[in-house]
Design a protein. Structure first.
Length: 122
């Protein structure tokens, strides 16, 4: 959701590229969010949910039909933005705890090493 917030509205293919993961992997990773009603797919006046069941649902993400009938645009809903804000607070707390535990020098070294590993991904 953090990556999505940075680039929305975006197609699923573009989001996968931004996240540096395969599109099918992203679709697979979004499926649990669909299954529990956290992603909605707008299809005209209807909202398509999960396994083809129709529900009106306020989810974390909204997937809108794109210009190309085969593409869908993904955007955060207000509920998703609220969840993201809560997650950001928790993320900052976790980062502060890690910094306290490791110290600034070791944390900086870890960040450099992780960046090098990430650079290996095409």
């Amino acid at each position: 959701m953090w990556n999505l917030e940075q680039v929305e509205p975006v197609t699923i293919s573009e989001l996968a590229k931004t996240m540096r993961i395969d599109r099918t992997t992203l679709n697979r990773n979004m499926k649990p969010l669909i299954d529990v009603g956290l992603i909605t797919v707008n299809s005209g006046a209807k909202i398509l949910h999960g396994h083809g069941l129709l529900h009106k649902h306020v989810g974390l993400l909204t997937v809108n039909p794109g210009d190309d009938p085969r593409s869908k645009h993904v955007v955060l809903t207000e509920t998703g933005r609220t969840a993201l804000l809560k997650a950001e607070i928790l993320w900052c707390e976790a980062q502060a705890s890690l910094k306290e535990y490791m110290g600034e020098a070791d944390l900086a070294t870890l960040e450099v090493l992780l960046s090098k590993m990430e650079a290996l991904i095409p």
